[in-house]
Design a binder for this molecule. Structure first.
Ligand SMILES: [Mg+2]
Length: 188
């Protein structure tokens, strides 16, 4: 599995300042639950959510880019403080070009996480491409890094930690949570 970070990949991860991720199959296990009224439900992972918050707190921006359109994604993004949500993308490669223009981003500053063949055009345009453990075979083949965890089961958290560790920022992020022995209170 591609979890070894060689010198070249390490340098590319160090240059990352934006993490863009697909939603279904990455933030979730890919299941889409629709009730009789057409209301959509997805299962998100709380630790993934916390990983995203830690990443953003360290100054790395997080965007969602998904081919589907649903209110539940807006709610989840709002809850996490993710402001840039691109839904209903018919062609993710083109959507990414628009995001690059709109935000003035260079490809080398972006990491992208995906799970399916619609994510392949994006993989070719970013500095670091990440596939979840249960991604399509073609996607895994092309990825720079393949997570140990599956989509919706901690893959996002794994990547958030990996980026922060490679960039040497993990220790300071975690230190906020260490118990202050004088006061006995956890640092919020
Ligand atoms: Mg997907």
């Amino acid at each position: 599995m591609k979890r070894t970070i060689g010198k070249d990949l390490r340098q590319r991860i160090e240059a990352v300042s934006v993490l863009i991720m697909d939603v279904d199959g990455v933030m979730t296990d890919g299941k889409i639950i629709i009730d009789d009224l057409g209301n959509e439900t997805k299962h998100f992972n709380a630790r993934d959510g916390h990983g995203i918050k830690l990443l953003m707190r360290a100054g790395i921006e997080v965007f969602f880019l998904t081919g589907r359109k649903s209110k539940v994604v807006e709610h989840r993004a709002h809850e996490l403080g993710v402001r840039d949500v691109y839904q209903g993308s018919k062609n993710k490669g083109e959507s990414l070009d628009r995001i690059f223009n709109e935000k003035g981003l260079s490809s080398g500053s972006v990491a992208y996480m995906g799970d399916d063949i619609v994510d392949i055009p994006v993989f070719r345009k970013v500095g670091v491409s990440v596939a979840v453990a249960d991604a399509s075979e073609e996607v895994i083949k092309l990825a720079d890094y393949v997570t140990e965890k599956k989509g919706g089961d901690g893959a996002v958290r794994e990547v958030c930690e990996m980026i922060l560790k490679v960039q040497g920022r993990w220790e300071s992020v975690v230190s906020r949570y260490e118990i202050d022995t004088l006061s006995g209170h956890e640092v919020s």
